[in-house]
Design a protein around this ligand. Sequence first.
Ligand code: SAH
Length: 226
Amino acid sequence: MGKRSANDLHLARQQMVDRQLKARGIKDERVLDVMGRAPRHLFVEEALADRAYGDHPLPIGEQQTISQPYIVALMTEALELGGRERVLEIGTGSGYQTAILAELAQRVYSLERIRPLMLKARELLAELGYRNVVLNMDDGTCGWADQSPFDAIIVTAGGPDIPPPLIEQLDLGGRLVIPVGKSRLSQDLIKVVKSKTGRTTRTNLGGCRFVDLVGRHGWSENNGYR
Ligand code: SAH
């Protein structure tokens, strides 16, 4: 198949929004709007571009994946972004989620542990004109202390527990969303809210499956099952 027309892409995105997001309960109009516009097909390999708006994750190289559209929407909605937030993202991957966040918040700080993925995402996001994103290569389980506190934190890889530095670096009134599972094969999507007085409460948003969160407060690198 040749290049898809702007009209085809628009249609593919609208169908994704209607059938995958709205139909499953995503309500935040800002999230629906930005996911109906963001060029997800540019964040996957060219050979997979035809499947970019399908209801599934896709490989992005280095044994990592771009999350399924519904999961991106669910996590983004849970962050309750109004436009003025400073957001920390752990697991830049393709940079697609980063772009969505950049449209909905004031500034996005994103950490990725695999250098080629970080460099590729940085280049693409710059090409697309995103000026409010800062990408770095580091172990995100330790957070980004220099830039903390954050109004919202999103982790797009699954670990055995919530890394304590991320709770510490969350501002009063802030939201954290992270997949947590004692097994590497499945997780629960956990939302943590830190109240104005510093008390944290946790809600389970449902089951999910992510690639491993690898790092000091995540899984160990050499303990894989691949
Ligand atoms: N949001 C991304 C998801 C990519 S998959 C997207 O939609 O494209 C998760 C990413 O988390 C992988 O690229 C993986 O390398 C990265 N990752 C895993 N552990 C990490 C850690 N401790 N710090 C930073 N990135 C990490």
